[in-house]
Design a protein around this ligand. Structure first.
Ligand SMILES: Nc1nc2c(ncn2[C@@H]2O[C@H](COP(=O)(O)OP(=O)(O)OP(=O)(O)O)[C@@H](O)[C@H]2O)c(=O)[nH]1
Ligand SMILES: [Mg+2]
Length: 445
């Protein structure tokens, strides 16, 4: 199970209470933790090495800020460096000055090209454009069908053909002009490995038509391989950006860093599910938090705000800010989880939820939520407001009342504590509605 960087560092730097200057040995110890955390997040080892050196040069002899603990200090530096390395950009698609905009998607087999083609088209349509998707995978008729079906379902213009991929691409531009489409998304064939024949095919497409941007579509789970694959594609085709898919899964997102390192290009979009709307413009600050295992408090609050009744949201936030999370708050959050889509997905974003997730891995999340709800509903009003009064005999009563076991009750108590602790460590603050600055402030200052 993943351990967040802050968990690691807290253990390492606990003894280092005093303020002053970070000594070399403290820095070394901290950097070992940083290194492990990055490797566990699936960042390529060569990238880790470089990265750690960068952080070291910033940290040795650095003044420890008055307002930060050493742990916070290290996390702040690492987080900042990560954000910088990942490349801060919130820009979505770049549209050509003279339409049509042509986007080419390339990548290994199963990386998510076809799905992403439709997601991009959907996103562009939301921005007022008229997209067309084009199937260029001629070796597998099923691949063409897959794109056709997805496009039809979304009522997106579709084009394919029988000749060479570059011929189809040319025809597609003519078709786009006829059908008044101003964005053409090219879905290319995939291979198991980045082999020469595939690269040649993509190069020919690229040379045949004016491509606005080429994206490498990469599976977030590729982790360590990302460097090799990214470099091969970049060298052969010259990519303009990366789309990282399947970030709704277990991957900690280290591939984002590795790909940036290998190609010099930033991740531009993140695929976060199989549905057509599950594509987000990539945000470096969020990815950095994810890689560090800090949980994405920001996204969670944003999402919660959309669903939760505002007053309840404000109450929960107020309590979190005060470092005290009641079970009534917890219940609100649990109920929101249900409405917020994939349970695992949401869980991932909760600070300190790594452990909770581990416990739930084999369980049916829905059933597990119902169980937690039952436990909370079996508590008295006082117990919900002040969980610290729940002693052994109360636990037994609650377990009996909710038809669960005492271990279940204990687990829930632990989860609440964990969440409260993380909220405190992160110094979760800021008023409702304010977004960006908050993450920066999570680390104090
Ligand atoms: N969970 C999740 N699944 C995804 C995501 N993107 C793609 N997938 C799934 O990954 C599988 C492969 O996606 P495709 O879009 O067919 O991949 P491809 O790159 O076109 O594959 P080839 O055409 O065989 O090279 C499908 O089952 C998709 O639903 C994502 O962001 N999250
Ligand atoms: Mg495909």
């Amino acid at each position: 199970m993943f351990e967040s960087l802050s968990d690691r560092l807290s253990a390492t730097l606990r003894k280092l209470g005093g303020r002053g200057v970070l000594r070399t040995e403290d820095v070394d110890a901290a950097l070992r933790d940083v290194r492990m955390a990055l490797l566990e997040a699936d960042v390529n080892y060569r990238v880790v090495k470089q990265f750690v050196e960068r952080v070291r040069s910033r940290m040795v002899g650095a003044e420890v800020s008055q307002s930060l603990t050493p742990t916070q200090q290290v996390i702040k530096v690492v987080h900042e460096e990560l954000v910088q390395l990942l490349g801060g950009n919130d820009r979505g698609l770049t549209y050509a000055d003279r339409p049509p905009t042509v986007v080419l998607l390339a990548g290994l087999q199963g990386s998510g090209k076809t799905t992403t083609a439709v997601k991009l088209a959907h996103l562009a349509r939301g921005e007022g454009h008229r997209p067309m998707v084009v199937a260029l995978d001629l070796r597998r008729p099923a691949a063409v069908e897959q794109l056709r079906v997805l496009a039809e379902r979304e009522r997106i213009a579709f084009h394919t053909g029988r000749e060479s991929p570059e011929a189809i691409a040319r025809e597609a531009l003519a078709a786009a002009a006829r059908e008044d489409c101003d964005l053409v998304v090219l879905d290319t064939a995939g291979r198991h490995v980045a082999e020469a024949e595939l690269m040649e095919e993509i190069r020919r497409i690229r040379d045949a038509i004016p491509v606005t941007e080429s994206f490498l579509v990469a599976d977030a789970m590729t982790g360590q391989d990302a460097v090799t694959v990214g470099a091969a594609f970049h060298e052969a085709v010259g990519i303009d950006g990366v789309i990282l898919t399947k970030l709704d899964g277990d991957a900690r997102g280290g591939a984002a860093l590795s790909l940036k390192f290998a190609t010099g290009q930033t991740v531009r979009f993140a695929g976060v599910g199989e549905k057509v709307g599950d594509l987000e413009v990539f945000r470096a600050d969020r990815m950095a938090s994810r890689i560090l295992g800090m949980g994405d408090v920001l996204t969670l609050i944003e999402r919660a705000e959309r669903v939760v009744d505002r007053q309840e949201a404000q109450r929960v936030e107020k309590h979190l800010r005060a470092g005290h999370l009641t079970f009534d708050d917890f219940l609100v959050q649990l109920r929101q989880l249900r409405n917020m889509g994939s349970f695992q997905n949401v869980l991932e974003m909760l600070p300190g939820a790594g452990q909770l997730k581990g416990q739930l891995e084999d369980a049916d999340p829905e059933a597990e939520i119902r169980k937690m709800e039952a436990i909370i509903l079996s508590m008295t009003r006082a117990e919900r407001a002040r969980p610290e009064i729940i002693d052994g005999s109360r636990r037994r009563r609650i377990a009996a009342g909710s038809g669960t076991r005492v271990t279940d009750v204990n687990r829930l108590l632990k989860a609440r504590e964990q969440m409260q602790l993380m909220a405190r460590q992160l110094g979760l603050g800021g008023g409702a509605g304010r977004r960006r600055p908050r993450l920066g402030r999570l680390f104090g200052a």
